[in-house]
Design a protein around this ligand. Structure first.
Ligand SMILES: [Zn+2]
Length: 141
């Protein structure tokens, strides 16, 4: 048997870098999907920025309240569920690029968020325990 042959271990856990690369592609995948869904809305938004005919009064009004492009974008995006989702995905991508060390760690308790949870919800900021506690608090409040 040649000693140089590589043995392939399929159960080998992913390295940190592989995990980050995996979630980056998961986030970009989700992002593409939502951007497509939002396509019609964003077209309307772009138009409303130049056209005050009143046709898109809703988003135009929102735009007036913001202090900068980011705030306007956020206000607009938050007007729809897909938009909120997109915003959260962008935030997660920012975290991943700017602070890869802490990506996938719970913002509350600092524990690693379970892979299964992040796989289903790559933009998750809290571990399932903290998320559950937050939901419970909401119900009481
Ligand atoms: Zn936690």
């Amino acid at each position: 048997m040649p000693s140089t042959a590589k043995t392939k271990k399929s159960s080998k856990p992913m390295t940190r870098q592989e995990t980050l690369a995996y979630f980056e592609s998961r986030l970009l995948e989700e992002r593409n999907r939502v951007v497509k869904e939002l396509g019609n809305y964003t077209d309307a938004f772009n138009l409303s920025a130049q056209d005050s005919s009143g046709e898109s009064a809703y988003s135009f009004h929102m735009a007036d309240q913001g202090t900068d492009a980011m705030e306007r974008e956020k206000a607009f995006l938050f007007a729809s569920q897909e938009g909120r989702f997109l915003w959260h995905i962008d935030q997660a991508l920012r975290r991943l690029y700017r602070d890869p060390e802490n990506f996938g760690k719970c913002h509350n308790c600092g524990k690693e968020i379970a892979f299964e949870r992040l796989d289903a919800l790559p933009h998750a900021r809290y571990c399932i325990e903290c998320k559950q506690r937050e939901e419970d608090a909401k119900k009481q409040g």
